[in-house]
Design a protein around this ligand. Structure first.
Ligand SMILES: [Zn+2]
Length: 350
């Protein structure tokens, strides 16, 4: 039997919620689904690498797998939510919805604008390039309510944002920033950018290759893309198992390693200049809280308890720093931070 026939014959038992956020993707709670079993970037055959994942943050119903492409090695969520499902998921659970003035948001706002934050990212990890100085035009894709834009502007850049959530974009605009709110393909480019930032964004894209090609179009010939995303080869993945916070189903569509990210960048016409491994104590604390408290179908409220999180982050940083540093050194950090420049023509994958 050929590979295609074997793949077509393959069936996956996948737990699917009766009503995934009202999107009615299946009627019984458990059913058999034919696996598309094709990589989203190279169309290679995929196979399950992790089973029975559930949302450990918001309590979104549903079970998911992660599948690895046999051809390019990229890991991806399965089943993949449709664009309509994702839109509803983001609007209902994820996006900034205008929440301001609560204890949590007030403390968060104060912290991120204070010198304490800059000290903290020097001590912990700068996963969003907030300490990088420079100049020129910078576009932050997924800028939310513009908090990060203030950091880039303070560091010398002429910062603009792109944000699909209109409510968040309006807050950023009220702070004086230019924010684009449509699909990247609709961005009418007048002056190309020197830098485009994808800080914890690429793993959310349904089509990461298309996103990188759009970024390429927005950049000057030698412009840079700065990418940070979870590392699928993190040593914390086996430690925390299904509670590893970076599974983040169903929002994280792709799980990159240093190799799969480099390959995709090269395929899209970028040249890798720099790869750093980091393990923010905040992410470790998130995984720990998920491991201790997450229950399927229920939101993990402890993740939004500022006192608990602050204490745990401090403890993780203070007690685990040798292990976190070693993990980074061995290429097994929790986060990849990459700088690549726009090079020649995109490669054609053979
Ligand atoms: Zn692939």
């Amino acid at each position: 039997m050929g590979e295609d026939a074997a793949m077509a014959a393959r069936q996956f038992e996948v737990d699917v919620s009766e009503d995934l956020l009202g999107c009615k993707i299946s009627s019984p709670a458990r059913r058999t689904m034919a696996a598309p079993a094709r990589c989203r970037t190279c169309q290679g055959v995929t196979e399950a690498s992790v089973n029975r994942l559930f949302d450990t943050r918001f309590g979104i119903p549903g079970r998911f797998e992660v599948q690895r492409c046999r051809q390019c090695g990229l890991e991806q969520i399965f089943p993949v939510p449709t664009p309509a499902q994702l839109k509803e998921l983001y609007e209902r659970f994820y996006n900034f919805g205008g929440e301001r003035g609560t204890v949590y948001t007030t403390l968060r706002e104060w912290f991120f604008c204070s010198p304490l934050y800059r000290l903290w990212i020097l001590l912990d990890e700068d996963i969003s390039f907030h300490t990088r100085q420079g100049q020129g035009r910078l576009l932050d894709i997924g800028c939310n309510e513009g908090r990060t834009l203030k950091n880039y502007a303070r560091n010398g850049f002429q910062a603009e944002g792109a944000e699909l959530n209109e409510t968040a974009a309006a807050v950023a605009r009220s702070a004086g920033f230019t924010v684009f709110t449509g699909p990247l393909d609709d961005f009418i480019l007048v002056t190309p950018f020197d830098v485009v930032v994808l800080s914890n964004v690429l793993e959310h894209a349904l089509d990461p290759k298309a996103m990188l090609m759009s970024v390429r179009r927005l950049l000057k010939p030698e412009g840079q893309v700065w990418i940070s995303c979870p590392n699928s080869e993190s040593w914390l993945r086996p430690v925390f198992g299904l509670s590893w916070i970076n599974w983040h189903v169903p929002f994280h569509i792709s799980h990159f390693s240093a190799n799969t990210l480099r390959s995709l960048l090269e395929e899209c016409g970028f040249t890798l200049r720099e790869t750093r491994q980091m393990t923010p104590a905040l992410w470790v604390a998130h995984s720990l809280v998920a491991r201790l408290f997450a229950e399927e179908g229920k939101p993990t409220r402890q993740l939004r308890n500022p006192l608990l999180m602050f204490a745990l982050v401090g403890l993780c940083r203070a007690l685990l720093f040798p292990a976190l540093a070693l993990g980074n050194r061995w290429g097994r950090g929790d986060c990849l931070a990459v700088v690549a420049t726009r090079g020649g023509d995109p490669a054609v994958r053979g």
